[in-house]
Design a protein around this ligand. Structure first.
Ligand code: UD1
Ligand code: CA
Length: 420
């Protein structure tokens, strides 16, 4: 791909979110809205986009440190004004500039790629990614004269007949760099909001005879921006549906997809069944033939082998469970490493946090953990050991040993060779 730079707009306050937090830092399934955009851009091969920050600038900069070139728009005077702020950061750059609002996380990589391809194949000066919406309200409308794209009209400035137009601006554009900054110099805040609109550059460039195109490649869903908490929930639902559909295609059963949350990047093996009301965070790997839930929470850094059961009301956090480990009910397993075929009784807790540090619980193979056992980490339990109901286990339990009580003490030693 020839030279391309990206500008992500994220200076707006997001008033309608009614939040202390800048809008683009609100999360969907473990990623901020901004992360969703930056991830798609990086998958498209765009490195280090220029990020326009303003409201909550420090927080946004901290969150994106090292991943973007931030520029400050100290007063929010509109999207056109926001892009003007990038002039210095992009000085000397000759090529296409992709502009993307930071509150629009649903545009798919394939859509972005076909948009870039169409812009280049048609040798456009400016291209707008548009989408057709049954309800176009609050979006800028795509104006066409005899089919030819000639401008964008914002909702507030639109005449009645323009409000009926269903093709809308997603807010994603590709501009040739020289055309972008030459036209931005000409826009005026002559609209209902008294803002400098980026969208006004289209009419200017069209008037100058530049080649402008709108490509309606974005599905209505992809064009969804986030302005409110309702939008945020909608975006979350869509992203979740996409993840679940991909796992279904790869052979995973979801008993109730709408009641299950799976973050992007989670790996699940075929013939695993996920029961309702499970929350599976990013960075989790689940093997094949597992049974998960109902009501299970599987957190970051967890790896489950094959044939594992993580049943009802079980939380697993940063843990590694071997093949056929069973934790069927009511347990917390945090910072635990558990060997194959170990059974975790109901009510088992790894007490992994001492108020300052997290500690590891190591449990070997074919261990029988009695109901209501507490492992006070750091603790280590060797293969074939057993713990009695209600045991509070610290230190080390040897191979084949049976420990009971508070604190747990061995009651007998089974010959390890016998129990094999
Ligand atoms: C904008 C478009 C509209 C399009 C819609 C798609 C304009 C004038 N209108 O409207 O045609 O249909 O997006 O969602 O561009 N921002 C800044 N600085 C500012 C103002 C905005 O950085 O001074 C950022 C915001 O943080 C946001 C993005 O630009 O990420 C879009 O701004 P927003 O106010 O949400 O624009 P819309 O009214 O939605
Ligand atoms: Ca918006």
């Amino acid at each position: 791909m020839s030279a391309m730079q990206a500008v992500v707009l994220a200076a707006g306050k997001g008033t309608r979110m009614r939040s202390e937090k800048p809008k683009v830092l609100h999360e969907v399934l473990g990623r901020t809205l901004l992360d969703c955009v930056l991830d798609t851009l990086s998958q498209a091969g765009v490195r280090k986009p220029v990020l326009v920050v303003g409201a909550g600038a420090d927080q946004v900069k901290r969150h994106t440190a090292g991943r973007v070139t931030p520029v400050l728009q100290s007063v929010q005077r509109g999207t056109g004004h926001a892009v003007m702020m990038t002039r210095k950061a992009l000085a000397g750059f000759k090529g296409d500039i992709l502009i993307w609002p930071g509150d629009m996380p649903l545009v798919k990589l394939e859509t972005l790629k076909s948009f870039i391809r169409a812009h280049r194949e048609n040798k456009c000066d400016v291209s707008v990614l548009s989408s057709v919406r049954e309800d176009p309200k609050s979006y800028g409308r795509i104006l066409r004269a005899n089919g030819a794209f000639c401008g964008i009209r914002e909702e507030l400035d639109a005449a009645e007949h323009e409000k009926n137009i269903k093709e809308v601006n997603t807010g994603v554009y590709l501009f040739k760099s020289d055309k972008l900054f030459s036209s931005l110099a000409l826009i005026k805040p002559e609209n209902q909001k008294n803002e400098l609109y980026l969208t006004d550059t289209i009419e200017i460039l069209d008037g100058q005879g530049a080649k402008v195109e709108a490509f309606p490649f974005a599905a209505a869903e992809e064009g969804q921006g986030v302005n409110s908490r309702v939008d945020l929930a909608m975006v979350m639902e869509k992203l979740n549906q996409r993840e679940i559909a991909a796992h279904q295609a790869a052979g995973v059963t979801f008993v109730s997809p709408e009641q299950t949350f799976v973050a992007p990047g989670v790996k699940i093996g075929p013939d695993t069944t996920v029961y309702p009301w499970c929350y599976i965070e990013k960075g989790v790997t689940i093997g094949s033939g597992c049974e998960i839930g109902p009501f299970a929470k599987i957190r970051k850094g967890t790896v489950l082998g094959n044939g594992v059961t993580v049943g009802s009301f079980v939380e697993v956090n940063r843990s590694k469970l071997g093949n056929k480990v069973q934790a069927k009910h009511l347990a917390y397993l945090g910072d635990a490493i558990i060997g194959d075929e170990t059974n975790i009784g109901a009510g088992t807790i790894t007490a992994n946090y001492d108020g300052r540090n997290k500690h590891v619980t190591r449990i070997g193979k074919k261990v029988l953990v009695g109901s209501d056992t507490v492992f006070v980490a750091p603790v280590s339990v060797d293969d074939f050991a057993k713990t009695g109901a209600g045991a509070v286990v610290r230190g080390r339990v040897k191979k084949g040993e049976v420990v009971v009580g508070v604190p747990a003490r061995p009651i007998k030693s089974l010959k390890a060779s016998k129990s094999k």
